[in-house]
Design a protein. Structure first.
Length: 221
């Protein structure tokens, strides 16, 4: 009887060929290597821009002049400017009127423009001030303050025979950096019919010019 030769293949207890686990581990290890490689990314380029700004506030200041040529600060009563009044300011009789000019402008620095208002002091009605009457108008730039120019100018204190404590109702404009002026013309009268009791009286009248800067327009970016 002939013999049959047979090849015996080793198997595990579940009948699977020997070595299958080793091959499976190799496949899984390769998969893990591929997975790690897929997670690596190239660093991105980057850039940045910076901006900075330095800011300085504008200034706002006015100065005054009694002659339109020499301008100075007159910030308080102790340093008030003395108006250059026409005659006969020191010997007024009923029916006389005296005139005086006062000029205001912004300083010559980086000053913005604004508006100026006029206010009278309560003590202006003391002594002779009780009988005096006054008005104030804005002259064209450079004009003298006289009866003829006063009548042709724009009113600030209305009417022109107001009592000495009446504030101005109009305002004047002043441009930036002292490029133009506000020219005030005062007309101060002792009316006809002023009684004898006014004789020999006097008053040191005072007015305040208050300026306020203009709002600056916003610029588009």
């Amino acid at each position: 009887m002939g013999r049959h030769s047979a090849t015996t293949v080793a198997s595990d207890t579940h009948g699977r060929p020997a070595g299958w686990f080793t091959r499976l581990r190799a496949v899984l290890a390769g998969a893990l290597v591929l997975g790690v490689g897929a997670a690596v990314t190239v660093a991105a380029w980057n850039d940045s821009e910076l901006a900075t700004g330095s800011f300085t506030a504008s200034t706002f200041e006015i100065v005054g002049s009694t002659d339109g040529a020499q301008f100075n600060e007159h910030p308080d009563a102790a340093n008030a400017a003395a108006l250059s009044l026409t005659a006969p300011f020191d010997a007024m009789s009923p029916g006389t009127t005296v005139y005086a000019r006062f000029v205001v402008k912004t300083t010559d620095a980086s000053t913005v423009g604004g508006t100026v208002s006029l206010a009278a002091t309560a003590s202006n009605s003391d002594g002779l001030g009780f009988w005096l009457r006054y008005g104030v108008r804005i002259l064209p730039e450079g004009a003298a303050c006289t009866s003829s120019t006063f009548d042709a100018s724009t009113s600030v204190v209305v009417p022109s025979d107001s009592t000495m404590t009446v504030d101005g109702t109009g305002t004047a404009s002043v441009a930036e950096s002292g490029t133009d002026t506000a020219n005030y013309c005062f007309a101060i009268a002792l009316p006809s019919g002023t009684p004898n009791e006014a004789q020999g009286t006097a008053v040191n009248a005072q007015w305040t010019f208050t300026a306020e800067s203009n709002d600056q327009p916003e610029e588009s970016p």
